[in-house]
Design a protein around this ligand. Sequence first.
Ligand code: GDP
Ligand code: MG
Length: 600
Amino acid sequence: IPADRIRNFSIVAHIDHGKSTLADRILEMTGALAYPLDKQSSQVLDKLSVERERGITVKAQTATIVHEYGGHAYLLNLVDTPGHVDFSYEVSRSLSACEGCVLLVDATQGIQAQTVSNCLLALEEDLEIVPAVNKIDAPAAEPEECARQIEDVLGLGAEALRVSAKTGEGVAALLNAVVERVPPPRTERDTKPFKALIFDAHHDQFRGVVCLCRVVDGSIKAGDRVASCGTGTELEVLEVGLMCPEPTECERLEGGQIGYVVTGMKNSADFRIGDTLRKSVDVGVEALPGFKPIKSMCFGGIFPAATDEYESLKRAIEKLTLNDSSVVVHRESSQAMGPGFRCGFLGLLHMEVFLQRLEEEHGQSVVSTKPFVPLLVVEADGSREREILSPGDWDEVKWGRTTRVLEPVVLATIVCPNTVVGKVITLCHDHRGTQVDHTALGSQRVMLRYRLPLTELAGDFYDSLKGCSSGYATLEYEEAGHEEADLVKLDVRVNGEVVDSLARVVHRDHAFPVGKAMVSRLKKLLDRQAFELALQAVVGSKVVARETLAALRKDVLAKCYGGDVSRKKKLLKKQKEGKKRLKSLGSVNVPVEVFPQLLK
Ligand code: GDP
Ligand code: MG
């Protein structure tokens, strides 16, 4: 198919604005799916169970469809993108394989926080944006108002289309608009050597590693030998094909196309996402510009719930990081938790989703620490910069008179109804926020922009925001550099011993309330244990909060009177087995089950 009959596009939208429904409708209408999806069936493009459950797209999925326009068949490649900013690395990854995108806005909701940030990302990638107002079938829809906001607030010149992803109304016209407005891929198929961008990869049980590629120039077929510009690894191509959306083998992939390439690759390190693929013979081919380097915005300790599960956890993490290369993995050993890992994530939701996938897709039961936002330590003259990646690193800093700590701040976009604006502003101020912007969105809603320390968003900020706005406020944020902050390390001592995995770094003003909350929660969680405990929260050598837990003697043999030795033995054996599930907390052993709550 000639390149001028190819269009590569994606759909971006705020969560729940109908992106997956639209993708399904498009697949159904273009015959990619032989049968209409019944109401119960889950969306085809959202494959991971985490996504269905949380209603978010985590991994981009891709589909090739055929659309008739003006008497010709066009090949449309729909690249799905994750909606949340935590995955903005993945969004820009998907977008860089495209020339255009459909920006979908729910007509009953109007522009929301993610609409704004996704639109900015698309503009950054120089994409042709086709705005569309969705859910026009809904009784509460206000398509005119919604279209006006798209024009006024986002400043998009093009008239927004009106669609219903649910009924299919306007979807054919939307595909026509994609053909008309999105430019065809620019490519040299015959005059230039083969070159392709690997924008995604996954592990297939039967085929091994499958790379999703955007072919930039030239063409490729089974039997060719390819090499990675990044790692230099050479492999033979076993199969090429299109995602329809099931992988469907084809003879060759040509410039401008999006498809998959299977090589005998077993090791994910052979080809990296963002890498350029060339033919082995074309030694001179230069690599395409890669993606923005990944920056971990938060770190979390991940430990196996039982120490003998360390190896299987390690394998599971390796598999997951092939699929999600934005996770940074270090080994870590904790005195309380034993050997484990310290992983860096793009954001807070990213970490949550990763943990859930470890459990659900790989059957790992893990204990994780509270997310930690990395800090910078500098001297007054700007010298001696070092990073603190976990509370444990705090003790290794040589603190001088002029040593300062810088923390990452974000620029948050919050969209909320006029009626709750006061509460939202108070919430932001309580979390050390500074207002940057306050813009009306129509007559009912407001868009607020705040500078906030990222670490303030790691706690209950999101839940409080939803709570004080009855669920109507939406939040999205982007990085906005570092700022100095008065932070301290808060340790927890159990019977006088510091428990490393419970340490935190908090703002000085928060040390007392946070310390108090921690020891009283600890007391509740340990309430039924059979030992006396002194629980303290300390900053340096100063105790900021304390609790004491009285002993509760649990004598397993108390019920055994008389001389029933075998029964006694049985009970003692049972108690010993029980001990295997214990982890040490300072000098005391604690059932592993309490750790997840303890570390929250
Ligand atoms: P996503 O998060 O952007 O992928 O959104 P979904 O496709 O999962 O849709 C979110 C909700 O909106 C679902 O309950 C859909 O059934 C509903 N929805 C999507 N499109 C339409 C539409 O055109 N009309 C109506 N009435 N509901 C829709
Ligand atoms: Mg979705």
